[in-house]
Design a protein around this ligand. Structure first.
Ligand code: GRF
Length: 196
């Protein structure tokens, strides 16, 4: 059974999808979420963890020294005994010492077809606004390994969705999010099978 540490910054719908998959879906019996950590004490993802009796830890990024935050994050993840780290709507850069120590065991989900529409500053609605502005005819989520940069690690899974001329960025976001919830557990399973 692989132990997952999940990092969140907001709603946590991807976290919920991962938890649900470990309870009754494709991750049942092969993975469990053992800790949820957030940079944002009011992230609803922390509430979701508590409801599932999963350890939920908030590090108040805004009111902490950056180095102190990174050191605490490293310590928490090491102490958790996690085998893998999943960034589920996590908006901060992962400290390099964690990236090195957990190489090819850190996954991130990005709401676009990387390498397009990725990189620093390309997150949330900015991504979907850029997709609509570029008149793309498709978009979709990407799950990739995390390396020292933003959104540049090798791709594990992607899923295309259509983008219609009449779409608003919100329409695209909603269509992509549905597929995020499907491919994140699939990508975790694929990585676990490769770890064996
Ligand atoms: C998702 O769109 C994800 O792709 C992006 O941030 C959003 C997080 O959603 N990284 P949630 O917190 O998992 O609901």
């Amino acid at each position: 059974m692989k132990k997952l540490a999940v990092l969140v910054s907001g709603t946590g719908s991807n976290l919920q999808s991962i938890i649900d998959s470990t309870k009754s879906g494709i991750l049942k019996g092969i993975a469990e979420v053992i800790v949820v950590i957030s940079n944002n004490p009011s992230a609803y993802g922390l509430e979701r963890a508590k409801k599932e009796n999963i350890k939920a830890i908030a590090l108040d990024y805004k009111n902490m020294d950056k180095q102190d935050y990174d050191d605490k994050m490293y310590k928490l993840i090491k102490e958790s005994g996690a085998d893998m780290i999943c960034l589920a709507g996590y908006m901060k850069k992962v400290p390099d010492n964690i990236v090195k120590e957990y190489k090819s065991r850190i996954l991130n989900i990005h709401p676009a077809l990387l390498p397009k529409f990725g990189g620093k500053g390309m997150y949330g609605h900015f991504v979907h606004e850029a997709v609509v502005k570029a008149k793309e005819t498709k978009s979709g989520p990407t799950v990739h390994y995390v390396d020292e940069n933003y959104d540049t690690g090798s791709i594990i899974l992607q899923k295309e969705v259509p983008v219609y001329e009449t779409d608003s960025p919100e329409d695209v976001a909603a269509r992509v999010l549905v597929q995020e919830h499907i491919i994140f557990p699939q990508a975790i399973k694929k990585v676990i099978e490769n770890l064996k």
